[in-house]
Each structure stands twice: as structure tokens, then as C-alpha cells.
Design a protein around this ligand. Sequence first.
Ligand code: OGA
Ligand code: MN
Length: 222
Amino acid sequence: MTQANLSSIEAFASRAEGELIDALVEQGWYVGKGVIDAGLCASLERELYGLKEAQALEEAGIGRGREHHLRKDIRGDAIHWLNRESEAQRAYLSAMQRLQVALNQTLFLGLFEYEAHFAHYPTGAFYKRHLDSFRGRANRVVSTVGYLTPEWPVDGGGEMVIFDPNNPEREVARVVPEAGTFACFLSDTIPHEVLPTRHPRSSIAGWFRRNASLGGVLDPAR
Ligand code: OGA
Ligand code: MN
């Protein structure tokens, strides 16, 4: 099967969906290996390096809308928002669309859209411990990370550490950012961090959103 006609079903291991939903309910997070199709990961990683060569990546910041600013002491990745411009992006996004439907049907989360960006962490980059959204203005409800780097070296660092929401000093998982691995967690509940990487690291970070526009104030898209 070529990448051009890779359907959302082949893009994302179907066994993962049920496991993912159970894990989200039980512990608020899920990690699965070999979930994203290997050929799709390779196409997406190639596309990310093409964007990097074309200087189409921007330094990532923190905060949304007018509060957005660069903080290299907090995060050091460079990003490019997915915009459906390639077959590979469309395959990944349609797999996420299926996941959104499954989450809404089983957990009644009322997710209505998905936003995602490629992220490239050069050697030495990290992302300090954080939550992806804050209660009250929690328009990001479920976070996803798809990893794209093949053959992650054993001493490569760059793991995503997941912490216990009830005891944020306690690590509950370390996710090796190896191609095919997919992580998913509740955006306003699960503290997480990216340890300094010793190997160039490629991923797609994404968020299922709920409409959080309040009192006529339009919620910024990002
Ligand atoms: C993020 C994030 C984790 C990762 O982009 O908000 O936490 O492993 N990414 O890339
Ligand atoms: Mn995050």
C-alpha cells in the first residue's frame, strides 16, 4: 500500500483505540508503541525536514493569542502548524478525526476540532514541566503526541516524562520518542515535560478542543 492511498484505518493501529480510551478513563493518560504506521511516520518526518530546510519552522513560544512569547529557558523546539498541505498530513489528521469521534461517542467530551503542529527539538532542546491547558479556560481537552524519529538511540534522552497529577513530583512514565509511539492525555490534568534531547527529535503535538469562547470573548485559536 502506498502512502498516497493510506487510509485513516491503516494510519493508526485500530487495537490502540479501545486501550487508549480505557487508559484515559482510568489514569488520564495513554502511551502505545507501534501505533502510527511506520511508512506514514517516515513521510511525516521527511516533510518536517523539508520544512526545516526551507526555513518554514518557527521558534515555539508559550501562552496563547496576545500572551504568546518566546521562552528558550522553558521550551526550545521549532514548529509548523499542520494545514493539510500533504497527503501524509491528511492521513494523520483523518486518523485523529476518527479518534475524536470515538472519544466523543464513548466519553461525551464534546470535542469539536483538532489542531496540531510538527515539532523539531534540536540537540540540547527541552520543554520544562507544564500542563497544556488550565481549568476554567480549558479549551484544550485532550493532548496527543505522535513520535516520528526512527531508531531512537538508547542514550538519546528527549523522553517525555509524565507525572502523577496528585503528586507532581512523582514520575509515572517515561516515553521514548521513537517513531510509531503515540501518547495521549488529559490536557488540564497531566503534568509532563520533555527532557533535554541528545538527538534531533521530531514529533507532532496536537490538541482536541472544545469551544471555550466566553462572554462574547473569542477564544484565540492558538
Ligand atoms: C507540547 C509537549 C511533548 C513531546 O508540545 O506541549 O508537551 O513529547 N510535547 O513532544
Ligand atoms: Mn505539552
